[in-house]
Write a protein that binds this ligand. Structure first.
Ligand code: CTP
Length: 213
């Protein structure tokens, strides 16, 4: 079981649909091959969107999901502290269709490496303090929008009009106000998206080194 020294926390931030989960998954899969499947976990900031079970669907749709207030970073911080202390945590399960948390949770047990990914991770000093290294995905916004449009329609039950309206009203303005400025806190800035092989190999080498210190 991991102890406080052994748990390495890596944060990956960047715009919506910038390739955060792809790079995080690729690094996790590659590292699992040589470190073992039970040594690495990936946690998504999206699981920590606040519960909106008390609101009607009409009200939930109006939430600004790209503002830091939409997220329960306190709970995420507490879970990271638990994992670093060698305790398990119960990560909420979130539904983009229902716009709220589901009744079930996912148990995450302590690991040598925890990779967290999400748009607003680097805006929060308490989360930044927990990270051993942080990455910002610097993917061009037009590429992000194209990816988001396809993904939200195919996987998140949205219409094209609703995706474009949300993009104009909140996604883009919040990126400019909160996410883009948080790039200054990253240790490493990755251009061209989640398939940047050189960046992946550098990150894997650094994570292996941190995990063996
Ligand atoms: N979001 C939404 N509706 C909700 C909750 C979140 O539309 N009920 C959107 C927010 O607008 C936010 C996005 O979800 O911009 C965050 O997810 P995103 O970062 O796009 O997902 P990832 O898969 O992590 O992105 P990437 O492609 O970078 O991996």
């Amino acid at each position: 079981m991991a102890n406080q020294q052994q748990c390495v926390i890596i944060g990956i931030a960047g715009a919506s649909a910038s390739g955060k989960s792809l790079i995080a998954r690729t690094i996790c899969d590659d590292l699992r091959q040589d470190m073992g499947t039970d040594q690495i976990a990936m946690i998504t900031e999206d699981c920590y969107y606040k519960d909106q079970g008390h609101l009607s669907m009409e009200e939930r749709v109006k939430t600004n999901y790209d503002h830091p207030n939409a997220l329960d970073h306190k709970l995420l911080c507490r879970h990271l502290e638990q994992l670093r202390a060698g305790e398990s945590c119960e990560v909420p399960v979130y539904s983009y269709v229902e716009h709220t948390r589901m009744p079930q949770t996912t148990k995450v047990t302590p690991k040598r490496v925890i990779i967290i990914e999400g748009i607003l991770l680097l805006t929060d000093p308490k989360l930044r303090e927990q990270m051993h290294a942080s990455i910002f995905m610097d993917t061009p916004l037009d590429i992000c929008l194209l990816r988001r449009l396809r993904r939200d329609v195919e996987e998140r039950g949205r219409t094209m009009d609703s995706v474009l309206e949300q993009y104009k009203q909140t996604v883009r303005p919040m990126f400019l106000q909160f996410i883009e400025p948080s790039k200054q806190h990253a240790d490493l800035i990755v251009p061209r998206g989640g398939k940047n092989r050189i960046a992946i190999d550098f990150l894997k080498a650094k994570i292996r080194q941190l995990a063996s210190d």
